[in-house]
Write a protein that binds this ligand. Structure first.
Ligand code: SF4
Length: 383
């Protein structure tokens, strides 16, 4: 096995020539900016995060500004990035930091990890990238590089695999140039040792990489030992349209998927949706069914059966507390799940508005629902 203490020595010259040095959070890498970027980068590619990060820190330049924000405003800026609990946790942590520490983020791993949404790797990244402290990280890219280079065959999600990889991550982290090393190993995983097509010819670790030697690069990190099929859930959503491009929205509960965002009225099945339409608008109500869409989350798939109902002059009969009319032609600043926004846009322009692909838990385009047997594994995510 290669000497873990030599990893930084091999990586840093490569990083100096080929690494990424101009990411927005690398300019003025305060603990706050590093924290926001690391939270956004969880499960999400760098290219996707950049515009969200810029907008977010422009509106909330420091912890105090974020702590003073409403959840609605934070979720609005998070719309399209997915995993909305990250935005809610960020806000909760900012409020806690202001209330307990005068707005200054802690600088110990224990205190950082006590904040909502900050785990061991995010705490390590804040300490390494913002403070230059010797602290290990183990995000998806680092996990992949270490598993391949040191030929770790255990599944990283299991206790043995995780313990082994954390042990390696700790040993590999150097005392000097720790911020550069941290960025270097993330960059190598994102640009060279990628999930699908590792480019070993360009890799500075190739001469003594275990996975390359054994021809196992494509098989590491190991998959979960027993594949478990994610459950499939199904819901109905109702697009109630009023003249002028208005769509009826309701605020979702703060927990669960899309928690705290505005969404379409939702029903467990079509019978309850149709019964609601008749109760509100009488037997003349004629909702039209649109094609079912599938959305993939980390732990389940969701089929959305959208229905469209033109309420016309009877629109007042569907209004109630907790619901608002949203104008799809002149959208206001509220947090909407991306699939709902696309449904609204598609509906107002005469179609249902989905694209063809879906990503795991993020607000990528929707795809038409297909039989389960044809569904492939969700794509791996790189930063
Ligand atoms: S040699 Fe190939 S498999 Fe090994 S770390 Fe480099 S890119 Fe990854």
């Amino acid at each position: 096995m290669p000497d873990p203490r030599q990893l930084a020595r091999k990586l840093l010259p490569w990083y100096d020539r080929h690494g990424r040095h101009d990411l927005p959070w690398q300019q003025d890498p305060t603990p706050y900016r590093v924290w926001v970027s690391e939270v956004m980068l969880q499960q999400t590619r760098v290219e996707t995060v950049i515009p969200f990060f810029k907008r977010f820190v422009r509106r909330f330049p420091d912890v105090a500004a974020l702590a003073a924000a409403s959840e609605n405003e934070v979720l609005h800026l998070w719309s399209g990035l997915g995993y909305y609990s990250r935005g809610r946790n960020l806000l909760a942590a900012a409020r806690q930091v202001v209330a307990e520490r005068g707005g200054e983020l802690p600088d110990t791993p224990e205190a950082l990890r006590a904040l909502p949404g900050i785990g061991r790797s995010t705490a390590g990244a804040i300490l390494a990238l913002a403070h230059g402290r010797r602290a290990a990280i183990l995000d998806g890219n680092v996990r992949r590089v270490l598993a391949r280079y040191f030929l770790v065959r255990e599944w990283p999600g299991g206790s043995a695999g995780a313990a082994r990889l954390w042990q390696l991550a700790e040993i590999c982290t150097p005392a000097k140039r720790v911020a550069d090393y941290t960025q270097a190993i993330m960059d190598l995983g994102a640009t060279v040792c990628t999930a699908r097509e590792p480019d070993c010819e360009r890799c500075p670790l190739a001469p003594d990489c275990g996975a390359r030697r054994e021809g196992l690069a494509a098989l590491l990190p190991a998959r979960r030992p027993v594949a478990r099929r994610r459950p499939l859930r199904r819901i109905c959503m109702l697009l109630v349209l009023r003249d002028g491009g208005d769509v009826l929205l309701e605020r979702r509960a703060s927990r669960g998927i899309w928690g705290g965002l505005w969404s379409l009225p939702e029903f467990a099945d079509r019978e309850s949706l149709l019964a609601w339409c008749v109760a509100r608008l009488g037997r003349a109500a004629r909702p039209e069914r649109l094609p079912v869409l599938r959305r993939s989350f980390t732990h389940f798939d969701l089929d959305i059966e959208p229905w469209r109902l033109r309420a016309g002059a009877a629109a007042g009969r569907v209004e109630e507390a907790g619901r608002v009319w949203y104008n799809g032609h002149t959208p206001s600043s509220i947090g909407l799940p991306a699939p709902v926004r696309r449904l609204i846009e598609g509906c107002l322009h005469g179609g249902e508005g989905p694209g063809q692909e879906s990503s795991d838990g993020k607000d990528g385009p929707l795809r038409r629902a297909r039989p389960r047997s044809r569904r492939s594994r969700p794509p791996a995510v790189a930063r």
